[in-house]
Design a protein around this ligand. Structure first.
Ligand SMILES: Cc1cc2nc3c(=O)[nH]c(=O)nc-3n(C[C@H](O)[C@H](O)[C@H](O)COP(=O)(O)OP(=O)(O)OC[C@H]3O[C@@H](n4cnc5c(N)ncnc54)[C@H](O)[C@@H]3O)c2cc1C
Ligand code: FES
Length: 290
């Protein structure tokens, strides 16, 4: 699977615009603003996806929103997928009100993938994730850990605003405990009146100099809030990691998800088709991209 080639929706053979019914199997709160969801497509036997891709999730009568798949195909049953959704407006608030057994519409999967079966193979992998940026990258991390022998060193860096904003606590503990993963995290700040935090405090970029990377062997994945990319890229340049070995997952406002409406354009480049996963070398000359 090539990175630039968008993967066609495999759910729906008739119309890419027609949502397919799916049922909420499980949901839970992860933080004050983010909830975890597990959906199953009602007719999902032909459904397949890869890390990095997203779905358009619709709530009848409210609207539709692009949401990343945070599960890995190595861990989900046929037709199932997991998501984490931050409540910011109409559609995401309606999703937070769903109860198990209720229906949503799903279109997709859309977009490019992290090349876990291609360029990542045999490489040392560095994942740098800030906040909700861990959501799409978790899919790739699970995939890599489930095929651990195919990759070199695995380093995961995660930065959250506060200890309470940390997502996927079970995963974070697993990565901490695994001898074949080097996991480092940090929080920007913590409230001394809140839960005890004995970990690192400071921005995520401070983690990068703590690890020795071989630039010839290392491939990096970055996903986080827009401000994070600039500073992480500066740190990576200091250790001479190559731009064509840096992959970023970028969010843009999207509607159709299939290259028709133009909502996601970055200087003539349709993020829903060429992204959300880009090589840095493909977009570094496009100032609006980051
Ligand atoms: C490829 C892709 C993957 C995404 N994955 C996830 C995910 O895994 N989990 C998740 O919670 N969200 C994700 N998003 C963002 C999500 O799509 C938006 O938050 C959602 O569309 C907001 O819809 P709404 O109706 O709830 O809010 P609206 O009422 O439409 O908007 C509320 C506020 O959010 C802002 N907003 C809307 N869309 C975006 C956006 N794309 N980026 C930044 N701000 C936005 C609006 O400007 C407004 O200020 C993703 C977006 C893209 C493009
Ligand atoms: S979201 Fe419509 S063209 Fe990309």
């Amino acid at each position: 699977m090539t990175l630039t080639k968008s993967v066609k929706a495999t759910v729906n053979k008739t119309s890419i615009y027609l949502p397919q019914p799916a049922t909420l199997l499980e949901s839970s709160s992860l933080t004050e603003h983010e909830m975890y969801f597990r959906f199953c497509l009602d007719d999902g036997k032909d459904f397949s996806y890869m890390p990095g891709q997203f779905m358009s999730v619709s709530v009848p009568g409210i609207g539709e929103a692009p949401i990343s798949i945070c599960s890995s195909p190595t861990r989900t049953k046929p037709g199932e997928l997991e998501m984490v959704i931050r409540k910011v407006g109409g559609v995401t608030a309606a999703l937070h009100h769903l109860v198990v057994g209720q229906k949503v519409g799903l279109r997709g999967p859309f977009g490019t993938t992290f090349p876990v079966d291609g360029e990542f193979k045999g490489r040392d992998l560095l994942f740098v994730c800030g906040g909700i940026g861990l959501v799409p990258v978790r899919s790739a991390i699970h995939y890599v850990l489930d095929n651990r022998g195919d990759y070199g060193e695995v380093t995961i860096m995660f930065g959250a605003r506060t200890p309470n904003d940390r997502l996927f606590l079970k995963d974070l503990q697993e990565w901490t405990d695994r001898p074949d993963v080097y996991y480092l995290d940090t929080v920007d700040q913590f409230d001394t009146r809140g839960p005890v935090w004995t970990g690192r405090v400071g921005v995520i970029t401070r983690l990068i100099p703590k690890v020795k990377f071989d630039p010839a062997l290392t491939t990096t994945v970055i996903c986080g809030p827009p401000i994070m990319y600039k500073f992480v890229l500066i740190e990576l340049a200091k250790i001479e990691l190559r731009d064509d070995r840096i992959f970023l997952s970028l969010e843009r406002h999207m509607k159709c998800g299939v290259g028709k409406c133009g909502h996601c354009q970055i200087n003539g480049l349709y993020a829903c088709q060429k992204g959300p996963v880009f090589k840095y070398s493909e977009i570094e000359s496009v100032p609006e991209a980051i």
